[in-house]
Design a protein around this ligand. Structure first.
Ligand SMILES: Cc1cc2nc3c(=O)[nH]c(=O)nc-3n(C[C@H](O)[C@H](O)[C@H](O)COP(=O)(O)OP(=O)(O)OC[C@H]3O[C@@H](n4cnc5c(N)ncnc54)[C@H](O)[C@@H]3O)c2cc1C
Length: 307
């Protein structure tokens, strides 16, 4: 018999399902979409708490996730890699960011050119196409199902990891989309990731992976369509090529748009005691940091579900 049904097969649902299984629960994941159609599959999936407010809870999730990815990278888990990264700042920052205690060795150094200084660290990266499939294999029981209401899910414990759809399923007005656009190009030999933290022309980052490079991006809070925008894609390539001239002429492999599930007040990871002794554990609203907070949240979901 299934003890827990996790609704949602993105990074949040799948990592929670893995942890629940490790604690001995019988777990089934229900997902409306195949892994490659989720928002999670669009993510650059570099460990970094983009536009996330730091509070002790978020710092703990970020810390635990960083440690878990470092462990998985050392163990050779498919789709994981470690990349040196530099966040470039046009306006001088005077202290390390709030998330620095989570990320091992983090250095604040002087910058060059238009950059006053930069923050450097080693960032775990998940190549989501491969990684989500690996997670799904660990879970074993993943079914395509669409729910209309949480109370129709027949299990004593239900995990609500439905990302943006949770806003509607729970009537939570704090959840909104934030459209994000990335362009994937061939890797001309880059092995360092760069982020221009305050590029006046727009969001600008370059994240090399094993075979390609993710160029970003955009972060449009409140925009909920995924319509293609070739002009925006061209502008992303142009900004990134200005940042890393070696990208000049790199072949474009794909162009992807996703809707981040942002939530004012931060992610909701919380237990609700429902009628009939059922438990619903909510885990949604991770905005631009779902990969970055995933394993820490999965630990918390597991405690809330089983303890
Ligand atoms: C361009 C872009 C770049 C990003 N880069 C990064 C990054 O570098 N680092 C980082 O940490 N984060 C990044 N993110 C953010 C990250 O992608 C999200 O925070 C994360 O994917 C949220 O995961 P999730 O599992 O909550 O949601 P999703 O991946 O959207 O999964 C939701 C799941 O719920 C299912 N579902 C929804 N409704 C129903 C229903 N009614 N019935 C059944 N199933 C349902 C869906 O089918 C899906 O399986 C990026 C996002 C974008 C768009």
């Amino acid at each position: 018999m299934t003890d827990v049904i996790v609704v949602g097969g993105g990074i949040i649902g799948l990592t929670a399902a893995v942890r629940l299984r490790e604690r001995g629960a019988e777990v089934t994941v229900w997902t409306a979409d195949e892994p490659e159609q989720t928002v999670s599959s669009v993510a650059a999936a570099v460990w970094y708490p983009t536009r996330t407010e730091g509070d002790p809870r978020v710092l703990r999730w970020a810390t635990d996730t960083y440690a878990e990815f470092r462990r998985q990278i050392d163990a050779g888990v498919p789709g994981t890699l470690l990349c040196p990264t530099r966040n470039l700042h046009r306006h001088r920052v005077t202290q390390l960011p709030w998330w620095a205690p989570a990320a091992g060795q983090v250095d604040l150094r002087d910058g060059t050119g238009p950059y006053a200084n930069e923050v450097g660290f080693l960032a775990p990266v998940a190549e989501m196409g491969v990684y989500l499939r690996w997670l799904a294999r660990q879970v074993k029981h993943v079914e395509r199902r669409v729910i209309r209401r949480l109370d129709e899910v027949p299990a004593p414990v239900v995990v609500n990891a439905t990302g943006l759809a949770a806003g509607r399923l729970c009537g939570d007005p704090a959840v909104r989309p934030a459209r994000g656009h990335v362009v994937i190009v061939e890797n001309p030999g880059l092995d360092e990731s760069l982020r221009d933290s305050d590029d006046p022309a727009g969001v600008t980052y370059v994240h090399p992976r094993s075979r390609d490079v993710v160029l970003g991006g955009s972060f449009e809070v409140g925009r909920g369509d995924t319509d293609p925008d070739p002009a925006e894609a061209a502008a992303i390539v142009e900004r990134c090529t200005r940042l890393v001239p070696r990208l000049t002429g790199a072949k474009v492999l794909a162009d992807r748009i996703g809707l981040r599930p942002v939530r004012s007040g931060g992610p909701r990871v919380e237990r609700e005691d429902a009628p009939g002794g059922r438990r619903i554990v909510h885990a949604y609203g991770h905005g631009g940091a779902g990969m970055t907070l995933s394993w820490g949240c999965a630990d918390e979901v597991t405690r809330l579900a089983l303890d």
